[in-house]
Write a protein that binds this ligand. Structure first.
Ligand code: GLV
Ligand code: MN
Ligand code: MN
Length: 412
């Protein structure tokens, strides 16, 4: 089966031997290798390849020339996902959707399907936002919900500017002084469907291999800069310190407590400390809060409460606090009729329609007005963004045929 061959192709790219996880940051050598692999797979299937300046790749299976009529000039149907990972991420988040999309093309061809409109497979760049801090950067630029004028100013943790990272990755087609990618994807496609590994245990609990997404929770990334005074760890009396680490520590506890009370999610998963010396009180602690709630109002309230408690603590510690919203994505309900249509009437019953707290390119395309759906494949560990993320091969193959069936339904 083509799926297994492709999955084996990818298994070593960016793999960290010590953990079994993956380091596939956007525009890194692993990411470049994955993009090159994808282009080769697309060309081997005679798909027409487009790469935009930000590194999004679209590979099109065009209708046969003899079918060129009004319908064939219609908008395309798009599937796909992303290939980048979080630091030490799992194998499935992103690549499962891309490999399944290519395998679904193969399956549709085996079934003798002839597309009446272009059928595309997409790889969106920097979905995780792990390098430049903006989740779904590639898809935001593809639909124009973020402009190139903002994106070009982004820098990674090492201070490398996005245009330089693109250049280093060989994506020099970008017009560094111009408008960047066209941002016109919504005008070019009639729908998008993203297959993704489930990132929790909902499908395991339901005993279902496949699910369909109902909604994505609002979520955001907020940078908390706690500033204090660097000083000697031994000679500075405890009462004389202005230690921003204390303010941060209390803020992390407050975020955890507030999220539990609100049935929400709050995580400080990334920290930068200056000067980062064992025997020095820090001068600056920068911590990133990832917060997610069931509604936009609840998200705003959660972040406001954490910020207020952090500010109160800063006053007691003699430190100061600045909070910057770096990436905020509002509530997203997928097209309910489309989800129901996709979920209904399968052998073994309807597929469950379930919400997710994870962000996806599908959410960005849906917010741009593109009718969009997501398929989830069961993850027996329920773990994601970590090496033990998993999907059984039997479920992956069910996913491929579920995606092929869905694309056929959408084409009707
Ligand atoms: C992406 O996977 C996210 O939800 O952060
Ligand atoms: Mn993903
Ligand atoms: Mn992810």
């Amino acid at each position: 089966m083509t799926f297994e061959r492709m999955w084996t192709d990818l298994s070593e790219v960016g793999r960290i031997a010590a953990t079994g996880g993956y380091q596939r940051a956007a525009y890194s050598s692993a990411d470049v290798e994955l993009r090159t692999w994808f282009v080769e797979q697309a060309r081997a299937r005679d798909l027409r390849v487009e790469i935009d300046g930000i590194g999004n790749v679209l590979a099109w299976w065009d209708p046969p020339a003899d079918a060129l009529g009004d319908a064939s000039r219609g908008k395309g149907i798009l599937t796909g996902s992303h290939l980048d990972s979080v630091p030490d991420g799992g194998a499935y988040d992103g690549p499962l959707g891309v490999v399944s999309a290519l395998a679904a093309v193969d399956l549709l061809r085996e079934r003798g399907t002839r597309p009446r409109v272009p059928l595309g497979v997409a790889v969106f760049a920097e979905e995780e936002g792990s390098r430049f801090g903006r989740a779904c950067l590639g898809s935001r630029l593809a639909v124009g919900s973020m402009g190139w004028s903002v994106a070009r100013g982004l820098r990674d943790a090492d201070g490398i500017a996005l245009p330089d990272a693109l250049d280093a990755a060989g994506l020099d087609s970008v017009d560094l002084d111009g408008d960047g990618p066209a941002g016109d994807l919504a005008q070019r496609i009639s729908c998008f469907v993203e297959l993704h590994v489930e990132q929790g245990r909902d499908l395991v609990d339901r005993g279902a291999a496949i699910g369909v997404a109902s909604e994505i929770w609002p979520h955001g990334r907020f940078r908390f800069d706690f500033a204090g005074e660097a000083n000697h760890a031994g000679t500075t009396r405890m009462a004389d310190r202005r230690d921003p680490m204390l303010t941060f520590a209390m803020t992390a506890l407050a975020a955890n407590k507030q999220a539990r009370l609100a049935d929400a999610r709050a995580t400080f998963g990334r920290l930068r400390v200056e000067p980062n010396g064992t025997n020095a009180v820090p001068s600056l602690v920068t911590a990133w809060l990832d917060a997610r709630c069931a509604s936009d109002d609840a998200l705003a309230e959660l972040v406001a409460v954490v910020e207020r408690q952090a500010a109160e603590r800063a006053e007691r510690d003699g430190t100061s606090l600045t909070v910057t919203a770096e990436s905020v994505t509002g509530a997203l309900r997928f097209d309910a009729d489309l989800a129901t249509r996709i979920a209904a009437d399968h052998e073994g019953g309807d597929w469950p329609v379930i919400p997710t707290q994870a962000g996806h390119d599908a959410g960005i395309l849906a917010a741009a007005g593109i009718p969009t759906a997501m398929l989830f494949v069961r993850n027996p560990t329920g773990v994601s963004h970590a090496p033990s993320e998993h999907a059984e091969i039997t479920d992956c193959l069910v996913g491929v045929s579920a995606l092929a069936d869905t694309l056929e339904r959408l084409a009707q």
